[in-house]
Design a protein around this ligand. Structure first.
Ligand code: ZN
Length: 316
């Protein structure tokens, strides 16, 4: 069998001040902070992971908060919109919640038969909530009641100059198939399809290219079930001529990275071992977790990293 990805694993973006980021994602959107660690390549800054109760692949939004970094520009060659899924019956709840939280959103609109709310996070990253049929459970102990909680990603949208080369790579080698199309937008799905396994590729010919910085997405990761598939897919991508990194140990998953033809940075990440590898499930996100090779620097890191307050759950 040819190695394939089965959907979205995580999305990683660059934010500004970390507390504001926590307030928005763990507060307003009600995701669980599932891991508080550091950027392995720049350990004096955080790497924050949000997700459902356990941080299942397909729900994981991560940030490098760089309080003093310059703003980026959203544009071609990037993942331009990150869409989360909410229950189809929760639109009223969410419009009210966004209003009460002071988040301005665009007039709800229809896309492929589902209602979409579009807004920006505090760093101007573009976010959507899509009211969808979604069998997954969200985080049920956060500030959003379980019945309305965000279920995980709905899809991500990639903006590229020519959709065909990106679509060709994804359908020919990464396990995606074309499932729908509207003007300038091709919808792809992998694995079981549906929310969390869907990617839209948008033609952005003539649009300025994006530049990396605060308020932009750094990369998107697609998931594979095991290390064997991961290695096989690495071989395949390398054989296609892509400049792909060696397998990197990210502690919670293994990763490879390469840039797709449209300029978006792709990562392939393994489902195992997951976030409970160094912290019990009930305590996810409550301790500063460091990989073994950074433990010797813990004292210094705890001194320079700002303390973060996580918004309490409903019942607290
Ligand atoms: Zn990543």
């Amino acid at each position: 069998m040819t190695p394939e990805t089965t959907g979205i694993h995580h999305v990683t973006a660059i934010s500004g001040e970390p507390q504001r980021n926590v307030d928005f994602y763990a507060g307003t959107l009600g995701l669980r902070l599932v891991k508080k660690t550091v950027n392995f390549d720049d350990p004096e800054t955080y790497h924050l992971y949000y997700g459902d109760g356990v941080g299942n692949p397909g729900t994981i939004m991560t940030f490098f908060p760089w309080a003093h970094a310059p703003g980026g520009r959203i544009g071609a060659g990037q993942l331009v919109v990150t869409s989360f899924s909410i229950p189809a019956t929760s639109l009223g709840y969410w419009t009210e919640r966004l209003v009460e939280s002071g988040v301005r959103f665009e007039k709800p609109r229809d896309r492929f038969g589902e209602t979409v709310l579009t807004f920006e996070d505090p760093d101007r990253l573009r976010i959507e909530l899509v009211a969808a049929e979604d069998g997954r459970q969200g985080w049920d102990d956060g500030p959003v009641p379980a019945e309305h909680s965000v279920r995980g990603f709905h899809h991500v949208a990639l903006a590229v100059e020519t959709t065909e080369s990106t679509v060709g790579l994804m359908t020919g080698h990464l396990g995606f198939r074309r499932i729908d199309e509207t003007e300038g937008r091709v919808r792809l799905a992998a694995g079981e399809g549906g929310p969390g396994n869907t990617v839209d590729v948008i033609g952005a010919s003539g649009f300025p290219r994006g530049s990396m910085g605060v308020g932009t997405v750094h990369h998107v990761a697609f998931r594979v079930p095991d290390e064997e598939t991961h290695l096989a897919l690495r071989e395949e991508v390398a054989a296609l001529g892509y400049n792909v990194t060696p397998v990197l140990d990210r502690n919670y998953f293994r990763s490879i990275y390469f840039r797709e033809p449209g300029g978006v940075l792709f990562e392939i990440a393994t489902d195992p071992p997951g976030f409970a590898v160094d912290e019990p499930e009930e305590e996810l996100g409550t301790h500063l977790k460091l990989p073994p090779w950074l433990e010797t620097r813990r004292e210094r890191l705890e001194e320079v990293l700002p303390l973060l307050r996580v918004p309490a759950g409903e019942g607290v």
